[in-house]
Design a protein around this ligand. Sequence first.
Ligand code: NZQ
Ligand code: ZN
Length: 389
Amino acid sequence: MDNFTFHNTTKIIFGKGAESSVGTEAATFSKKILLHYGSGSIKKSGLYDRVAASLKAAGVSFVELGGVAPNPRLALVREGIALCRKEKVGFILAVGGGSVIDSAKAIAAGMPYSGDVWDFFTGAAVPKEALPVGTILTIPAAGSEASTGCVVTKEEGQLKRAFNTELVYPRFSILNPELAFTLPRNQVANGAADIMAHLLERYFTNTRQVELTDRLIEATLRTVIDVAPRVLRKHDDYDAWAELMWAGTIAHNNLLNTGRDGDWGSHDIEHELSALYDVAHGAGLAVVFPAWMKYVIKHDIPRFVQLAVRVWGVDQSFFSPERTALEGIARLEAFWTSLGLAVRLPGIGVGSDRIDEMAAKCSGGGKREIGHFVSLGQKDVDAILRLAL
Ligand code: NZQ
Ligand code: ZN
């Protein structure tokens, strides 16, 4: 196991009706806040009204900025920064999914910065301070509610890029599984795929002697495999939603990569798909991950066998190690298919015509390698995308 520091500072407030405390939680940071949300699901569900009432009761006034798109855009981030400066807000409340939360994080880091916020995404600058952010999560998926990550798309050049800093750990995140009852089926499936991808990215490591985190990842994967079909069968199954929502947070709050390295190549490749085709992140991962697994399988067959046996219950007495490993990948594909996800590029409306471009962008024109479990260059990314056709 590697040395590590684990310091996740996000306060989690979990359970039925939890959003009623948002006013008092926000008031501890500022009496003037930005309320940030997406394309209207929170107005349709009545959540917006409950949040506004709770803020008012706590004496918190707010300006609002809705309209965050899935795969959040830089233009709205810039608008949010200008609004926060003009209104002198002291706190940002994100109500929604990963897209809204990431947009809020970018605004939070951009507001006190004198340069262009995109500098953080290119690596030209590192955030030194950020407004505090809080969240009310409405979809178990990205894990941004307790992560250091922030992913935004720059329209010009179709670039989807991320930065990470502990400064944007949400100060609190409110998780009420009931808020997910209104999710459309495809978003449930996309979310489940993203949660599983976060677990798998951590699972594929070259670090040895990481039995505890291996087992924790396997248990979380098995939980998602159990509960995702349940919430699709019965959209108001609170207990199943509660498991899925907590799994989504645990999968990405950095607990499960303590003492180990992860891979993250599949995420980098998926971001190119989202950037060019505006596909949902989870839907893109369901296509990229199995192809990536098949491409790198020979790097560490015992690790793939362990996953197949412990998570998918493959009986290795029937198969060679390589066949056991491949059977594990086939079961992952079958599971995602059963949720309604496509596991090949044409199923998400992507052909072969722009694979060269995606491979080039992903590897910085051939100048950078992605992935830690296996390091991949432009040719490898190209081959993985073609394997996904
Ligand atoms: O915009 P609204 O109207 O709210 O609708 C959203 C959106 O259309 C809808 N939705 C959310 N909750 C709902 C609901 N509809 C009905 N009822 C509800 N309760 O679902 C759609 C998708 O929302 P989005 O926020 O885009 O989903 P998700 O949470 O999957 O976030 C995806 C984004 O997060 C990034 C992804 O790249 C992508 O941009 N990620 C962020 C990470 C991080 N910050 O740590 C890590 C991840 O790997 C990921 O990259
Ligand atoms: Zn993800």
